[in-house]
Design a protein around this ligand. Structure first.
Ligand code: FES
Length: 175
């Protein structure tokens, strides 16, 4: 999923990108899409996201229209058009969570972090996303921070989770 960040987006140094692009080739008979996805994955692995200048270079290098590249990038949730926070918060907005108070969970996340769906905190600590179902409806309403599930949430529990998470991440043992 693409996202926005509160601070302006700084484009990374793209030296070395040409060598990366050279390592991929459009084989006879292969489709543009078949080379494009591995190329985009490699770029994202290197930079953590897909800078727009890099996508322009991909377009020139492989002769793929930029609009087609954006079509692929925006279709697949795995690709990001903006830098990501160090931690990803996923708030479920599926039916089971919705009827058990997902909107309160999301609004509390927004209050605690100061950013909403698709946004990243200015210090690049958290990126917030909403998802259709986290697959743990029995815990509704649910959110995840990175790989950890937090269920049966209400506003108080959400605040507690972030308080404890921050404490754990900032403790000397966690560094
Ligand atoms: S609807 Fe929220 S986990 Fe399934």
């Amino acid at each position: 999923m693409s996202g926005t960040i509160a601070a302006s987006v700084k484009q990374p140094d793209l030296s070395g990108l040409d060598e990366l692009l050279e390592s991929f080739s459009l084989e006879p008979g292969s489709t543009q899409r078949s080379v494009l996805i591995p190329v985009l994955q490699a770029i994202q692995e290197r930079y953590g996201w897909l800078p727009k200048d890099a996508l322009r270079r991909v377009s020139e290098h492989f002769g793929i229209p930029l609009s087609n590249i954006y079509g692929v990038v925006t279709f697949y949730a795995q690709f990001y058009l903006a830098p990501r926070g160090r931690h990803t918060v996923r708030c479920c907005r599926g039916t089971a969570c919705h009827v058990r108070g997902a909107s309160i969970v999301l609004s509390t996340i927004e209050q605690v972090l100061g950013v909403g769906d698709g946004e990243t905190t200015p210090e690049m600590a958290f990126t917030v996303e909403t998802v259709a179902c986290l697959g743990t409806c029995f815990l509704a309403p649910v959110m995840m921070i990175d790989e950890n599930y937090y269920g049966k949430l209400d506003a108080k529990k959400v605040r507690q989770v972030f308080k404890e998470f921050r404490k754990a991440v900032e403790s000397p043992e966690a560094k």
